[in-house]
Design a protein around this ligand. Structure first.
Ligand code: NAD
Length: 404
């Protein structure tokens, strides 16, 4: 099964607990438009290399397509299609006026120089700009795409179209039309969702937390949980993890990683593989790296009480079954990591209105919105006697049905 098959499997499980109009289900089972592009890039040595890229525009039922662009060696059309599908549902769960889309380029950006990366980013926009735009499709950053990359993309878009609103891309640097708070938004949103559900889940003020991944999402989430009195006992990057049962100071870990380019050798902590880390006893396990980390292979060995999915698609449907049977609560990606797209939609709104909101305003709006929607999903799970993933899908489908 590829990732889109998994996404459709999740859809079919949700429609088994609440039925929907079959035309709506058929509509969300197929993306509205998929574009595959070949991007020629002149490399630093003068040779031209071709890169494969994608943009999947899954659904515009609730508004312009919205979703990140991923630069990764394993990015392919199935992955991008699944991510676009989840964006449609995520925007509906978060109740923002956007549809779902996603993009990707099959590339390991670490192999490119800064100049090559810029030419690739601009090339992606040159290939796709006729199907992008503030009222059509508004891309954002995702894995390995930074505010700087977004600023190249929006600049290229402005050159090609004359649109100077900046609203065609989000996740831009602050000085180039970005929103206050966008960098923190996904981790912070996850924290707000956790806070809203904490009592329902019988979790204490001081939870023991394990975080897989320390990029934008995982790093910020780990810092926020620590700042709010929780104990982060383990964290990892793509190569390995570290554990300290007494708790890690995340700022120190990040400074160590910055200096040594690895977590190995971090003083006072023991090294652990990413696979072992997922199986540590803890209150909250936060997968914040890539898809398919918790599968039928390791689900039975997961000892967390709650999984807060900050990555997209970290848990496969068969793993969901094992976890549900064990009583492990999974707070699904389409709710838990919605903070990023919510603040992206705030950025888009600010660009279109010509406004600039303070960080306090952005965080208050994010908090109000996600706390409310987390409880909406919780209430649906109670009424339908089902898990939070099926409940979140039902909330999204109800909103899509109403907008059709
Ligand atoms: P990022 O590129 O900033 O960081 C990714 C992190 O994952 C890095 O620390 C990397 O070392 C680690 N990693 C990569 N491969 C790994 C592996 N095999 N095992 C363990 N760790 C690995 O990316 P990000 O923006 O933090 O995104 C992380 C996840 O969150 C992705 O699934 C992404 O789709 C999702 N997400 C991101 C946002 C956002 O606003 N950036 C929003 C919603 C969801």
């Amino acid at each position: 099964m590829n990732q889109f098959d998994h996404a459709l499997e999740q859809l079919s499980r949700a429609t088994a607990v609440q039925s929907f109009d079959s035309a709506l289900i058929r509509r969300v089972s197929s993306p509205e438009r998929e574009v595959r592009v070949t991007i020629p890039v002149v490399m630093d040595d003068g040779a031209t290399r071709l890169f494969e890229g994608y943009r999947v525009q899954h659904s515009s039922i609730r508004g312009p397509y919205k979703g990140g662009i991923r630069f990764h060696a394993d990015a392919d059309i199935h992955e991008v299609r699944a991510l676009a599908f989840w964006m449609t549902l995520k925007c509906a769960v978060a109740n923002i006026p956007m549809g779902g889309g996603k993009g990707g380029i099959t590339v390991d950006p670490k192999e490119l120089s800064a100049g090559e990366l810029e030419r690739l980013s601009r090339g992606f926009v040159r290939m796709l700009y006729p199907v992008l735009g503030p009222k059509v499709d508004v891309p954002a950053p995702d894995v390995n795409t930074t505010p700087e990359i977004m600023s190249w993309m929006v600049d290229e878009y402005a050159k090609l179209t004359g649109d100077t609103t900046g609203a065609a891309f989000t996740g831009k640097p602050l000085g180039k039309g970005g929103s206050e708070g966008r960098g923190l938004a996904t981790g912070l949103g996850g924290f707000y969702v956790f806070e809203a559900l904490k009592e329902k889940l019988n979790l204490s003020q001081s939870a023991r937390v394990v975080v897989q991944g320390m990029g934008n999402v995982g790093g910020n989430a780990a810092r926020l949980f620590q700042q709010h009195g929780h104990t982060v006992i383990a964290i990892s990057d793509s190569k390995s993890g570290i554990v300290d049962e007494q708790g890690l100071d995340i700022a120190t870990v990040e400074a160590y990683k910055q200096e040594h380019k690895t977590l190995v050798g971090f003083p006072g902590a023991r090294s652990i593989s990413n696979a072992e880390m997922l199986e540590l006893p803890c209150d909250v396990l936060i997968p914040a790296a890539l898809e398919h980390q918790i599968t039928h292979v390791n689900a039975a060995r997961i000892k967390a009480k709650v999984i807060l999915e900050l990555a997209n698609g970290p848990t496969t449907p068969d793993a969901d079954d094992v976890l549900f049977a064990k009583g492990v609560v999974v707070i699904p990606d389409i709710l838990a990591n919605a903070g990023g797209v919510v603040v992206s939609s705030f950025e888009w709104e600010q660009n279109l209105l010509g406004e600039h909101w303070t960080e306090q305003v952005v965080f208050e709006k994010l908090h109000t919105l996600l706390s409310k929607e987390a409880l909406t999903v919780w209430d649906h799970s109670q009424t339908l006697h089902t898990d939070l993933r099926r409940a979140a899908f039902v909330v999204a489908l109800e909103r899509l049905a109403a907008a059709q």
